[in-house]
Design a protein around this ligand. Sequence first.
Ligand SMILES: NC(=O)c1ccc[n+]([C@@H]2O[C@H](COP(=O)([O-])OP(=O)(O)OC[C@H]3O[C@@H](n4cnc5c(N)ncnc54)[C@H](O)[C@@H]3O)[C@@H](O)[C@H]2O)c1
Ligand SMILES: N[C@@H](CCO)C(=O)O
Ligand code: NA
Length: 442
Amino acid sequence: MMMRVRQDGDEPLKVVLLGSGTVGTQVARLILEHGDDFAARIGRPLELIGIAVRDLSRQRPGLPAGLFTDDPQGLIDRGEADIVIELIGGIDPARQLILSAIEHGASVVTANKALLAAHGEEIFDAAELAGVDVYYEAAVAGAIPIIRPLRESLVGDSIRHVMGIVNGTTNYILDKMTTEQTDYEAALVQAQDLGYAEADPTADVEGYDAAAKAALLASLAFHTRVNGDEVHTEGITRIVQDDIRAARDVGCVVKLVAIAKQLDDDQISVRVHPTLIPLGHPLAAVGGAYNAIFVEADAAGRLMFLGPGAGGAPTASAVTGDLVTVARNRARGVAGPNQTIYNELRVADMGAVQTRYFLRLRVVDEPGVLATIAAILAHHKISVQTVLQTPADSSGVRDGASAELSLMTHMATESDLLACLSELKANPKVRSEVRFLRVEGM
Ligand SMILES: NC(=O)c1ccc[n+]([C@@H]2O[C@H](COP(=O)([O-])OP(=O)(O)OC[C@H]3O[C@@H](n4cnc5c(N)ncnc54)[C@H](O)[C@@H]3O)[C@@H](O)[C@H]2O)c1
Ligand SMILES: N[C@@H](CCO)C(=O)O
Ligand code: NA
């Protein structure tokens, strides 16, 4: 192996790590194991000068005990750090620590999508003013390079549509429920044990984590500030085995999908929800904690990014990629490209969004019912593409009194669908709630 000869004036760039959990531990390991390679790639060595943890008494084999402190603010206020890596997660104290680091002139690497989707403007503006970097490749889709491609490689193109699976935990759960009929709770515990889930997995299963990522992707794709709370968000907690079985009966799988799409010159739609995907679509085959993102741009056409979306080591790969890049910038006395926010596109109300729907309901099993249901849909300008009627309950036993109807619609607006659902609910021929899932990729 060729070793780089150390030059005079090769002062180490000093690095502070905040948080030593699933991702932080792997980042510390990579920095310590690959120090020589990183130095050669950067042109200056890195020196890890401190690791802030919450619990000092915990054993962390392989990491020098002298580096640890339980005072992250004190570590930053020493003012020695060139680069601060934030991996504690959540809003506070992460927000204040990052702002302090920037005030002290340090560049920042973070994986914290929740924070950036809520306070990105404040943080990016502070960094711009201070002339330092804030890099966050690990914040979206773990190891997959997607932030850099949007911010740099595709910045000369016009992006129209971004769609993908951006949460590893929920993809793992849905995949286990689909392929092994594992129940929801057991699959969630497995995802937590494997280090995929957030500290509070509510963020994963209720879709908030994917919504934060969708906001970051939309901001980059459309050069428009989108916050996490502007994203229409539905998680997977209401998905039951019967939804997955019914989806399979019509040749689809259920995935939690994030979509950011330009609707017209003034509006974008940004949403996260469980979605039916046809089995032949590439997203249908994305299993486990893998993520995949489609990007459609005017000149480039359709691109797909695929890889591990969660987990300690994969996420640490994205963090150390940013670390080396930020350190290179630092060594040359420059800052890298920031987000370019210059548009003010509006996030459209969900009611205006058009998609196909998969409806499932039980109806009285008698002649003419299908025509009644079709008439209600037609009344709301919703036309039916296919109908599947199962004159039995989900256990396969014919009960004689009701039948299950599964309907795939053509494109319709969400507001028409909701009005239609109210009318269906009120109709005496309908004997159950009307379950609906949106459909993409057909
Ligand atoms: N785990 C993943 O797969 C993954 C993937 C991408 C991004 N992320 C993001 O990376 C970040 C870290 O995630 P994680 O999975 O490593 O979480 P984690 O809970 O395993 O680790 C966070 C660590 O920070 C420590 N901590 C919390 N508050 C602290 C404080 N005030 N001072 C010092 N230490 C403190 C905790 O004790 C914990 O050890 C989060 O922003 C998360 O969203 C995680
Ligand atoms: N909890 C997140 C981590 C990666 O951001 C997930 O499951 O995708
Ligand atoms: Na990434």
